[in-house]
Each structure stands twice: as structure tokens, then as C-alpha cells.
Design a protein around this ligand. Sequence first.
Ligand code: GLN
Length: 304
Amino acid sequence: MIYKEVIERIYDSMLNQTGEGKVASYIPALSSIDPKSYAISVCDLEGGEFSIGDSDVRFTIQSISKVFVLAMVSRYLGDKLWERVGREPSGTAFNSLIQLEQERGIPRNPFINSGALVVTDMLIDLYPNPKQAILDFVREICGNRDICYNEEVAKSELEHSHRNLALANFMKSFGNIKNDIDTIIDIYCNQCSISMSTKELAKSFLFLANTGVNPINGQKVVGPRSSKRMNALMLTCGLYNESGDFAYRVGLPGKSGVGGGIAAIIPGRLAIAVWSPELNNNGNSYRGIATLEQFTTDIGISVF
Ligand code: GLN
């Protein structure tokens, strides 16, 4: 794998770069994660793979699941999806309520919590057993049948989901939530609790580097237009109110989660996943961002 040396060098130089942020604790079950965990995995479209660090340790992917659920819904809904959710960066925190009142219950984009709750609401109408369908989808795209929900984390989030409940209730008052709110929150907390390693996460993002086709088995996950759009949304909205800075520093479509993971792609080349659980004030892994910034700088390739 041609990126091996670059990644080894970055890993060694950042291994002790901890202590500048905090592991998420608003979901109590996440607070026990080892803050020093660190992993990088890269897979390319030619079948090359390289991983370093805690790359076999599974962590909850949290908001990264928003990409998968969007892909599942966009398979069926096409442009109808955008009647209920926007595609502009929010410039606000991932769980913010602030724009919803002015914008009459239409979330800015599918990668903040309000937007993802609307997408999960749509998923319920499209798949008879949504929780199983989400697992089947993720298992298929990463080629690993034993991907599971982390029930402890899902339960912990469910018990502390007052803000997500508020978002869903508020949107329901505008008519933008159709299904039972407790059902939506239950599915949402479960999708966030999907546990994957960076090795699995990098594989699962390869279809987005390959115009929607999974290079591992040749199957079409989404069409080329959807793939292009999902990458554009990741670039503009994938790191919440830090998306502009991420584009500036890293120059790739990417998606983060409060579990400390970030997955990103270089179109036509590769997918990369990083895990480092200490978060900055925006809820993003600061070492994860620094790692990706160094990676695109060192290899001299980004989307720009
Ligand atoms: N489960 C988390 C939440 O809803 C996901 C947020 C995130 O990863 N940014 O708060």
C-alpha cells in the first residue's frame, strides 16, 4: 500500500498528542472510553489496505451513521427527500434547535441531528424492519456480517435523549415528523450505537469514493448522482459548525461522530477512517482532524 509510510509517520508523530479535548460524556456510556485510543485505516479502490493502532477495536460510529441512513433513504426517495430537509451548512452545533423555529421545522441538512431525525422518520416508511435493515445495509457495505448495535450505548443515549426528543417534537409541531417520536428516537439511538473499527469503517465508505459502487463486491449502493451529492454534503456539512474549517484544512468530504471517529474519502482513490475519542468544542475529534490534515498535506492530494 503506497500510503503505508506516510501513515506510519503521522501515527508516530501524533501518538502522544492527547489531553487537548474531552471524550463525550453527555451520553454517559461513552465516558468510559480510553481517551488515548488511536487508529487509522486506509483502503483504496485497488484492494490495498493499511491500518495502524487500535484499528480492530470497535467504537460507536454515532453521527457517521447519518451517511448510511441517508444512502438507504435516497435509494428510494430521490429528490422528494429534499422537500423535508435542506442541503445548506447550518453553522450551528449538531444538536442545535435554534434555526428550526425560523425555518419552520425544516432542518438545514441531513447531517445534523434534526435532519437525521427526519431521515430516520422517512426510513421507517420505507423499510418494514428499520433496525434490521440498517444493520443489513452496513454489514453488506463493509463485508462483515457481525456488525452490531452497542446496546449499552444505545440504552444510555435513549435515557439521555431529551434534546433529540425536543428536536423531534418541535419538528412534529410543524408537520415534518410523521411517525411516533419514541419509535424514531429508538431507531436513531440504535443507529448511532453501531459499533465498527476503523478497518470496517474505511471499507464501508469505499462506495462513496467509487461513484456509488462497492468495489469489494461490485454492487451498486447508490447511483452516481446520489454519490456525488452525498460527498458534496459531507464536504459542506459533515463536521457541523466546523465543516468550513475541515474543508480548509483537510480538503475532503468527511463525516464525524461524537464517538471520536471520522471517515473521509478521496474520489476515485480511497477511503480513510480515523479514531481518536477526545473531542474539541464542536464535538469533533481534534486529533482525527489533525491526522487527516497531515495525510492530505503529505500525499499532496485532496479534492482541490
Ligand atoms: N448520538 C449522538 C447524538 O444524537 C450523535 C451526535 C454526533 O455524533 N455528533 O447526540
